[in-house]
Design a protein around this ligand. Structure first.
Ligand SMILES: C[S@@+](CC[C@H](N)C(=O)[O-])C[C@H]1O[C@@H](n2cnc3c(N)ncnc32)[C@H](O)[C@@H]1O
Ligand code: SF4
Length: 376
């Protein structure tokens, strides 16, 4: 069981908080797509013994692609990989890209899951973030996508930014949860380097958010979504009717995946790989038959630390027997460092499984880092 990730590094405009790899100059889009297909063909051996269960178009804004561009990529996946009978195929969609024609096209090319970037249903918040859409676009796009029941739908929201009140957050959640959507990803806003927000913060033009307020909003989001029938299964992810995001869950469970396109990452159980995060360099290197991918061999300590970090962010937690497989030195270290947290019931044991008590999910990364093994 494995996943394929395709990174489409283009957007209409730059959101002020985002430092994912994208360009607003779309002139290189056709060429990047040609090389993405070339990369899919040249790297097919990476997953030659695996069944592809999930395909994920992320970005950037993959909803900018037209039907031919999407179907060309999907056909090349089918001709070069072993694809499961009904793979989960997700497309990240910006609300301003949704038209009824595009919805039909997505259905036709067998996309069956949409991750819709709503972020907020308030125009002042959307303008503050420099999103390219209005709140009305969000609801219009959601209705078009719901019509015909062709997709599992996930909606993304952001909280923890200046100007967002509890009342606005409640409106956002209730308006979305009242629709037939199956999944929500709710992220606390982070101020990333090289973004407009980071620049404004350094100039004193943007207020830094108080951790307590962000923590309160996290709990508010969680309580509201639980009341609306969602299950909280990863720090930022909620689903109804057990419709977990299969692709992302594979990342958290340490399964193999191949990522293609500028900046995409891959993992084969032993090594991590990452592609150059520059569209011009990606094209020119592939034109010259040069590699675009760097790699790092993960040590036993790296794998132990990653298992702790990703496992403790989920409701599945970490398994004690799996921790033992990293060797007695790390297991003893884990037992010693986790004892205090277990005593304070911040970490909870259920049989072989250890999870973080949900009240402490907002500080999960801090707890995990205390359990990291550091080589002397
Ligand atoms: C990188 S975007 C790609 C999908 C699509 N272009 C969109 O904007 O919806 C995926 C998600 O990452 C989240 N995101 C990106 N940067 C973030 C940040 N600095 N803080 C919180 N969430 C962020 C947003 O919620 C966004 O929906
Ligand atoms: S959040 Fe999405 S639309 Fe905005 S810049 Fe990032 S990738 Fe592009």
């Amino acid at each position: 069981m494995a996943g394929l990730y395709i990174h489409i590094p283009f957007c209409k405009q730059a959101c002020y908080y985002c430092n994912f790899h994208f360009s607003t100059d779309q002139s290189r889009l056709p060429l990047v797509l040609d090389y993405i297909v070339q990369e899919l063909v040249s790297k097919k051996d990476f997953l030659s013994h695996e069944m592809i269960e999930t395909i994920y178009f992320g970005g950037g804004s993959p909803s900018l692609l037209n039907k031919d561009q999407l179907s060309h990529i999907i056909e090349s996946i089918h001709s070069n990989y072993h694809v499961a009978e009904k793979p989960e195929i997700t497309l990240e969609v910006n609300p301003d890209d949704v038209t009824s024609d595009k919805v039909h096209d997505w259905k036709d090319v067998s996309i069956n899951r949409i991750s819709l970037g709503i972020q907020s249903l308030h125009d002042d918040d959307l303008a503050f973030m420099n999103r390219a859409h209005s709140s009305a676009d969000c609801m219009r796009s959601l209705e078009l996508l719901l019509n015909g029941n062709a997709f599992e739908i996930s909606a993304d929201l952001i909280f923890g930014f200046d100007g967002l009140t509890t009342e606005k957050l409640q409106f956002n959640i209730q308006a979305l949860a009242s629709k037939e959507i199956h999944h929500m990803s709710c992220y606390a806003m982070t101020i990333e380097p090289k973004t407009v927000f980071s620049h404004r913060l350094h100039k004193g033009e943007l207020k830094e958010m108080n951790d307590n307020i962000v923590g309160e909003q996290f709990t508010f989001v969680r309580d509201e979504l639980l009341r609306q029938g969602f299950e909280h299964y990863e720090i930022s992810n909620y689903c109804r009717d057990s419709k977990f995001a299969k692709h992302n869950t594979s990342y958290w469970k340490g399964r193999k995946y191949l990522g293609v396109g500028p900046s995409a990452h891959s993992f084969d159980g032993k090594k991590r790989y990452w592609n150059v995060a520059n569209n011009a360099a990606y094209i020119s290197k592939l034109q010259k038959n040069q590699g675009v991918t760097e790699e790092e061999v993960l040590t036993n300590v790296d794998r132990y630390n990653e298992y702790i970090l990703t496992g403790l962010r989920t409701k599945w937690g970490v398994s004690m027997s799996k921790l033992k497989e990293f060797g007695s030195e790390k297991y003893q270290y884990f037992q010693q460092e986790s004892a205090g947290y277990i005593e304070k019931q911040q970490l909870i044991i259920h049989g072989d499984k250890l999870t973080i008590h949900h009240d402490f999910w907002p500080v999960a990364d801090r707890i995990s880092s205390d359990l990291f093994f550091v080589n002397e």
